[in-house]
Design a protein around this ligand. Structure first.
Ligand SMILES: Cc1ncc(COP(=O)(O)O)c(C=O)c1O
Length: 426
């Protein structure tokens, strides 16, 4: 309540007069000295307040505090970055390569990316106008959403999926629309399911094959059907192909390589998984010049450019790192074969992931839900896996187990899991 004795002024500008008028310097109008209680939550934007914390992070906060845990959790290669790539980073420092680069990234790296994408994906991009280097696929994905989404635009994606898509779309003001991938289709997405989800507000479709967390892949014929829907309904595609090098069976096809798709696709790729370079934080986007330019305008005012040291390392990786990628893939393949047959043997049905480094066994037969299974397994046997629900509600009844861990550790983890499952069932 205002102090009755002070009368007068309605704003801070009149505060001095108030005191003078009352001829009583000791009486201070409380309206002008009152401090409003600061409540941080009130300052959080509504879009951010509505975003849940990542289910993976929450779970691994618990793991951090425990000893002797075998983690099949975080989706990160267990290999150190190949030495010649680390050396390229060291050499960049030695040469004093420590400044900014062009907003789009080093031209030499963009040229090498263009050559590599042409060779491996059969898609040609102009390194001067159609490629942007960013801070991981994470940043390029965020830029893509922010560059294309107007408030209320719907963006379709397939689920279970990587944790960032739905929040990324929502943070850009869009409406995430999930289409579920079924185990009976080996976790691929059908053109019919996508078509069913399309409305007048649909703007874009996000694809991620091979998929995190299911290891699902898509063949050319299925992709052609999706391309036909996308072209008929005039959608843009954002394709996250970060696991493409980790394809174990058949050839990886990018939707961007299909007729009529290059011009309506943002192709995202990066160095984290194929070259075990997660900490270098380098990813890239290829696409129509106008869209890359729009993404670049956000990037230049937010990130400015990716680290030059990391870009130099990425140049070495993309030019000379293929044998390393192939060698790591063979390790992942052996681990995949082991882990999948071990799950099936213990009565947890697990489809064979044709790509990525994730197995996605079904745990429904244990009677536990995903979160309970993961929590109790961790408590009882010190094995960390991610509940399938971290990747969307359609992940209920599943567990994500990353096999980017040494085979002898996986063997121990699977022995412990078999013991746990037996106990739960008895
Ligand atoms: C499907 C998918 N896309 C993007 C990312 C993020 O990649 P980056 O390290 O390039 O930001 C991940 C990381 O796990 C992922 O699984």
């Amino acid at each position: 309540m205002p102090d009755e004795n002070c009368g007068g002024g309605l704003g801070p500008a009149s505060a001095g007069h108030t005191l003078a008028k009352n001829n009583n310097a000791a009486v201070i109008d409380r309206r002008y000295t009152q401090i409003v209680q600061f409540e941080p939550q009130q300052f959080i934007a509504r879009t951010v307040a509505a975003i849940p914390r990542s289910g993976i992070r929450d779970f691994f906060d618990i793991v951090q505090g425990m000893k002797d845990v075998i983690s099949l959790g975080v989706g990160e290669p267990d290999f150190a970055t190949p030495w010649h790539i680390r050396e390229a980073a060291i050499y960049a420092l030695e040469r004093g390569r420590t400044g900014y680069t062009s907003n789009l990234g080093l031209l030499s790296l963009r040229e090498a990316i263009a050559t590599s994408v042409e060779r491996h994906f059969k898609i040609g991009y102009d390194p001067v106008r159609e490629i942007l280097i960013g801070v991981g696929v994470s940043e390029t994905m965020d830029l893509a959403f922010r560059a294309i989404i107007n408030p209320g635009d719907e963006v379709i994606y397939h689920e279970p999926c990587y944790v960032s898509y739905s929040p990324g779309i929502a943070l850009a003001g869009g409406v995430p629309v999930a289409v579920s991938c079924r185990p009976e289709n080996a976790f691929s997405v059908t053109a019919a399911a996508i078509e069913k989800a399309i409305t007048a507000k649909s703007k874009a479709l996000v694809l991620n094959f091979p998929t995190n967390p299911t290891g699902g892949t898509m063949g050319r014929v299925e992709l052609q059907k999706i391309a036909a829907v996308v072209q008929r309904r005039n959608l843009l595609v954002i394709t996250d192909e970060i696991y493409s090098e980790l394809t174990f069976e058949g050839e990886h096809t990018s939707i961007a390589a299909l007729p009529g798709m290059r011009e309506r696709t943002i192709f995202l790729h990066g160095f984290s998984k194929a070259y075990a370079m997660t900490g270098f934080r380098i990813g890239y986007a290829c696409g129509p010049a106008d869209i890359i330019d729009a993404m670049m305008r956000i990037h230049q005012y937010s990130m400015l450019c990716a680290s030059i040291i990391s870009q130099e390392a990425a140049l070495e990786a993309i030019q000379h790192g293929q044998p390393d990628t192939l060698a790591m893939r063979e390790h992942y393949r052996a681990r995949r074969n082991f882990i999948v047959s071990a799950f099936n043997e213990m009565g947890l049905p697990c489809h064979l992931p044709r790509g990525s480094f994730y197995a996605f066994p079904c745990i429904q037969s244990t009677g536990l839900d995903s979160k309970d299974f993961a929590r109790k397994l961790l408590e009882a046997e010190k094995v960390a896996c991610v509940p399938g629900t971290a990747f969307g509600p359609t992940g209920e009844g599943y567990l994500r187990c990353c096999f980017a861990t040494a085979l002898d550790r996986i063997e121990i983890a699977l022995e412990r899991m078999a013991r746990f499952v037996k106990k739960v069932r008895s």
